[in-house]
Every structure is written in C-alpha cells, then in structure tokens.
Design a protein around this ligand. Structure first.
Ligand code: ADP
Length: 352
C-alpha cells in the first residue's frame, strides 16, 4: 500500500490537488463523532468517452459504526474505497479520515487504516504466520511485540493450529479471515473491507461476519462494500446505497425500509389449485390493501398492516374457492427498497 495505482503518490505535507477544490478542514469540529467526512468526491476515468465512476458523493461515517456501501457491480463502491484508502486520487472533492486529509496527509491516513482488498494479496506459498509477519514488518509494527500480536490474531480466527502451514492449503474462508486480521495487525482505527465474503460458501460467510462484528466491538470503525443485501442488513449499523456512481440513500436498514410506502408484503401461495381472477378486485377494494401482484401460483399483496389485512383476504379467497397453501407476511427487503429507489435490482447479489 505504498503507492497509488494512478498518478504519483503525494508527498507528505505537499499541497494537495484536493485543496484547490475544497476548503474543508480535517480538524474535528464539534461533531467529532464523525471519523470520515467525504465532500463532493468525484472520480472520472478516461476521456473517450469519460466515465464518471463516483459522482459528487458526500457523506460521513460515525466513529465505531459498521458502515455498508451497497450497490450493484459497477456502482462505484471500490473506486470510492480506493480513494479513501489513498490508493487513487479523486478528480475532485475532499475527504477527511479522522484528522487527516486524504491527498495531503496520506502517510498518516495509512497509519490509522487497515485495508482488506477484494482480490487476495496473501502469499499462498508462505505460512499464515509468515504472511502476518511480512505484513507486520511492512506496517512497522514493533518487532518485539509482533510475535505476540500475530498469535493473538491467529487465535482470534481459530487458525493458531495452522500457523505454520502454507496458505495454499487453506479454504477460501480461512484465507479471508486471515486477510481480515492481517489488516488489523497495527490496531487501525478504521478497517476497510471490500466485498469481504465474495465467493465464499454460506458457512464461511457467517464466520467472516462474526469476525467483523468481533473487530467492531473493539471500537474499530468498519467500512465494507458489498452487493449482498443480507450481509449489509445483518452487519451494518448504517448503509449507503450507491448506484451509477451516485449516493442514492443513506440510513439505518430499518429506516431505509420505511422509504417505500408498502407497510408489509403478504404472500399467498395457492399451488396448482383452483384460481379465479375475480378475487383480485375484491381484495384490492379492502381497506389497508395498497396493491396486488399476481405471480405464478402466488399472490403478493402490499398492505399497510399484513396481519390486520390477512383475515379479510382469506375470506375473499374462500369465497372464490381458492385454497391458500402457504402464507408469508414479510417486511420489504433492502432489495425491494433499492428497486423502488433506482428501478433496478442489485444484479449479481443474492440472498441466502
Ligand atoms: P463497484 O465496486 O461498485 O463494483 P467500481 O468502483 O469497481 O464499482 O467501478 C465503477 C465504474 O468505474 C465501473 O464502470 C468500472 O468499470 C469503472 N472503473 C473502475 N476502475 C477503473 C479504472 N481503473 N479505469 C477505468 N474504469 C474503471
């Protein structure tokens, strides 16, 4: 993490190109609960034609929270993370990471952040211990304290018994956990995780989630990108929705779900049994029913209150000779909210 992948690294203390665009100071103001403040960050790639990967994005991340950047592939999440972790210069805008100005104080930014990139950078020929040792030296962790710190972290992720085995013998989940604690070697204030569970099986994903939560209880602010809505919902205190480079919404998962007018979704499966379309206007006319969709063998009814609407809906079905084989009442998911806001789904994402 010594150099940016685009353009020359900024000399410490040198006047940042960012300062030309903004005059935001990184000295914490009264609202010092914010550990990251982003103001109008934009990143444009190329010029034939130019591609705006991140478009005027502004938000703050609170100290100690797990903050999720959620959006489909290509939304601009990784680009934003690369800018915040000093790996890439923005085209315009400013960002403060704690007291340090991204683009101006990059060396100091790097001392307080840990980064776990999307693509693995472990040396698979080296053992777990050697990987951590190598990285610890790179991060200038005190040499006397490094062995104890390595064992502490290996223990934390249940890998102490594999400390001296080459990483190429590890499962995907084990590698990921090792990589996450590697980013934690130097006690960073902020941990950036880019798609931490991509490509992992459900059990490994859960183990990684546990690990992320554990690190968060140690007062570490965690910023993760994901296109898995279940992951964002389970882990994150607040979520920023990104789409086509823009910030679409930012709030707690519960508040995001309140954005769409539907209170609840009542899903009634009628299997291969009798179906009569005459029931639709009858249900539609009921008080508290907001809408109804007919799917194959399934009616999806939007209602202000699902359990209140259900008895009347079941009466209607009975009158039309339709037998309910399954009934589900659920709150709208984050995916429903994302579709409501953007008209597109989190393509490529999935739920368990
Ligand atoms: P996400 O992480 O949400 O999947 P990215 O930030 O990786 O999205 O990409 C956002 C957009 O920027 C995409 O259209 C991608 O192709 C483009 N992009 C990312 N990095 C580069 C680059 N180095 N050069 C040109 N285009 C890029």
């Amino acid at each position: 993490m010594d150099s940016r992948d685009e353009g020359p690294a900024t000399e410490p203390g040198a006047e940042s190109p960012l300062r030309a665009d903004g005059n935001e100071s990184c000295v914490p103001g009264e609202d010092s609960r914010d550990i990251i403040r982003i103001n109008g960050i934009t990143k444009v790639f190329g010029n034939a034609p130019p591609l705006t990967a991140v478009d005027q994005v502004s938000f703050s991340v609170r100290r100690g929270e797990i903050f999720g950047l959620l959006g489909p592939n290509g939304a601009g999440k990784s680009t934003l993370i690369r800018i915040l972790t000093t790996l890439m210069m923005p085209t315009s805008g400013t960002a403060c990471v704690d007291r340090f100005d991204v683009g101006r104080d990059d060396e100091r930014v790097r001392t307080i952040i840990g980064v776990c990139p999307q693509n693995s950078t472990l040396d698979v020929e080296l053992t777990a211990y050697e990987n951590l040792e190598f990285y610890g030296n790179l991060l200038n962790v005190d040499r006397d304290q490094l062995p104890a710190r390595i064992w502490e972290l290996l223990k934390m992720v249940n890998l102490s018994d594999r400390a001296h085995m080459p990483v190429k013998t590890f499962s995907g989940g084990m590698r990921r956990k090792l990589e996450i604690v590697r980013a934690f070697l130097h006690y960073p204030l902020i941990l950036f995780l880019d798609e931490p569970t991509i490509g992992l099986d459900p059990e490994s994903r859960r183990e990684v989630w546990q690990q992320v939560s554990r690190l968060n209880t140690m007062n570490t602010t965690i910023i993760l990108t994901t296109h898995y809505m279940d992951e964002a919902e389970k882990l994150c205190h607040r979520i920023a929705f990104m789409n086509q480079g823009r910030l679409v919404a930012l709030d707690t998962p519960a508040n995001l779900k309140r954005i769409i007018p539907t209170g609840e979704l009542v899903e009634i499966g009628y299997g291969n049994g009798h179906y009569d379309p005459g029931v639709i206007p009858r249900i539609q006319a009921r008080e508290g029913v907001l809408g109804i969709e007919v799917h194959e063998q399934l009616l999806r009814i939007s209602a202000k209150n699902g359990s209140q609407a259900l008895p009347g809906i079941l009466d209607d079905l009975e009158q039309f000779g339709i037998t309910a084989r399954s009934i589900t009442i659920r709150a709208p998911s984050l995916e429903d909210v994302f579709i409501y806001l953007t008209g597109t789904g989190l393509a490529g994402g999935r739920t368990e």
